[in-house]
Design a protein around this ligand. Structure first.
Ligand code: HEC
Length: 184
């Protein structure tokens, strides 16, 4: 009995130390992991909110909606100038000459096209022709804005087209009036 006890007490201190260390370490590890988890969740949330949601996604989602509302609410639609339309839409293809588009300011590219006449060019720009998408791919552009953009580009290459002035825009004004009335 006593020898057995001695034998047991010989091994016990090591076991006690191991058990004590393990007993201390296990909860500490658990607490550490819980803290890591909480911090990880928090940083994940804050990253999404600051970087993704608020900066990129929210701005991108709010912007088009705001623009559409402004266009609908203001009775006389504020129409862009030819230069503004060009810089917003047409420049993508007509500055580098992508897909064979006549380059801005290039008389060789535009000469034969200008010879077709202003109205034909406007028609082709609005309806699209071959690789040229209808309204340059932006369905929101009005006929007046298209005519101005065509004049802006053609005049850069030697044409002398007179772009429609804001007052001479009966179609968009008429289209905007019912939309405005419907809002009220
Ligand atoms: C996706 C590229 C692209 C965009 C954006 C684009 N165009 Fe074009 N455009 C072309 C191509 C390509 C042609 C040449 C088509 C052909 O003759 O085969 C062309 C030709 C034209 C022509 C000459 C048509 C004719 O009868 O010769 C006009 C005018 C024109 N574009 C106006 C515009 C205007 C205005 C915008 C902006 C609102 C615009 N384009 C945006 C690609 C584009």
């Amino acid at each position: 009995m006593s020898e057995q006890n001695v034998g047991m007490t010989k091994t016990t201190p090591q076991q006690v130390i191991i058990a004590t260390l393990a007993g201390l370490f296990a909860p500490l590890l658990a607490i550490f992991l819980v803290i890591q988890l909480v911090l990880g969740i928090q940083s994940g949330h804050s990253n999404k909110v600051t970087a993704d949601t608020s900066d990129t996604a929210v701005i991108e989602r709010i912007k088009p909606v705001g623009e559409v509302k402004v266009v609908d609410a203001n009775a006389p639609k504020v129409e862009k100038s030819g230069e503004e339309v060009f810089n917003a839409v047409c420049t993508a293809c007509h500055t580098p000459g992508a897909l064979g588009a006549p380059k801005y300011g290039n008389k060789g590219d535009w000469g034969p096209r200008i010879a077709q006449g202003y109205q034909t060019l406007i028609k082709h720009a609005i309806e699209g022709i071959r690789q040229m998408p209808a309204r340059g791919g932006d369905a929101e552009l009005s006929d007046t804005e298209m005519a101005r953009a065509v004049a802006y580009m053609a005049n850069s290459a030697g044409a002398k087209f007179t772009a429609p002035e804001p007052a001479a825009a009966p179609a968009p004004a008429a289209a905007a009036a019912p939309a405005d009335a419907a809002k009220k």
